[in-house]
Design a protein around this ligand. Sequence first.
Ligand code: ZN
Length: 388
Amino acid sequence: MQADKQTEVLELLEAMIAIPSVNPAYEEGAEGEMELSRFIEQRCRAAGLSVYRQPVLPNRDNLIIELKTGHPQRTLLFEAHMDTVSLGGMPNPLQPRREGNRLYGRGACDTKGALAAMLHTMEYFSLHREELQADLLMCASVDEEHAYRGLLAFMDLDLPIQGAVVGEPTNLDIVIAHKGCVRFEVETLGKAAHSSVPWEGRNAITDMMKVMEYLERSKGDLERKVHPLCGAPTLSVGTIHGGSQINIVPDQCVIKVDRRLIPGERPDIVLNEIRKELAAFLHGQNVQFAIHELLLDEALDTPPESEVVRSALAAAGRLGTNTALCGASYGSDASKLQQRKGIPSIVFGPGSIQQAHTDEEWVPMDEVELAAEFYKELARQFGKSPRR
Ligand SMILES: [Zn+2]
């Protein structure tokens, strides 16, 4: 019986790998998630699950799957994205291949492994509703790999949800904290002049060096702010563009900066602080600068005592997976659910982030099977223990 079930989730994953769902932002002409969503929809209907579409972008819909168990006051959400990055240089990316404990294919680890395990969980409980003390909801979302517009649209529905599990590769670790991100541009504005009379202009590149000096100095402060699960915040200047010609004093220079946040830091506040500190640092030097916001993404900071975490710990205890609460340095949909909607959320899934987005994408098959068992056990625990 157990063996059959395990084969079922792996076969489900293989079927999902064989259906391309490349995010159109990554490959010209890619069709997106529609075919995969049709497959999932059909599976749900066959299993007697209620499923509906939420249009997000042209021909790209979230799938929302509901399982009512007669406990409407508690709802647990499973969320995983359907899109993948481009097929890249991966050999036979759409042909799932087993090798030892590894299952190769585009999306195997990011994040069709988790998606298959979650769908399998929903199918299982469709036949075993009496095992649950909470309603289940699953969102198979679009566009996580680009601008997470699927999740944002889902959050606009404002459904009552008391806990969420986001499926991304964590090697079966329970992730309750991860970093967030602020991306911004700094632009310095000078005055153009012929390079033979530089005193008639103002050099925007030289001014940018002062901005860079501030950024480099601020790294010292960042290193001292260590979060126990996520480490220290970081800052990295990714690009610099300035000047147009060797014989013209440049009137403009722009850098792009990526600042990673730790739990407890808020993206909008961090960006404002940078604005103020930079102005103070450059005070009296007559440097003209502007900061343009590019992306704000919250850090995940789910309280360890929340019900979804306690249910996850109980599940890990039963299955023998890692019972330490973990942090991650990458971002996920979970932080948006937690920070913007107040839904305690964890990230949990099979496979390693090391294999995500690479030409060598694979997932350990035993972890996919265990993830399915974990999601089931977590769902059984949710709503059982004293509520908070
Ligand atoms: Zn992912």
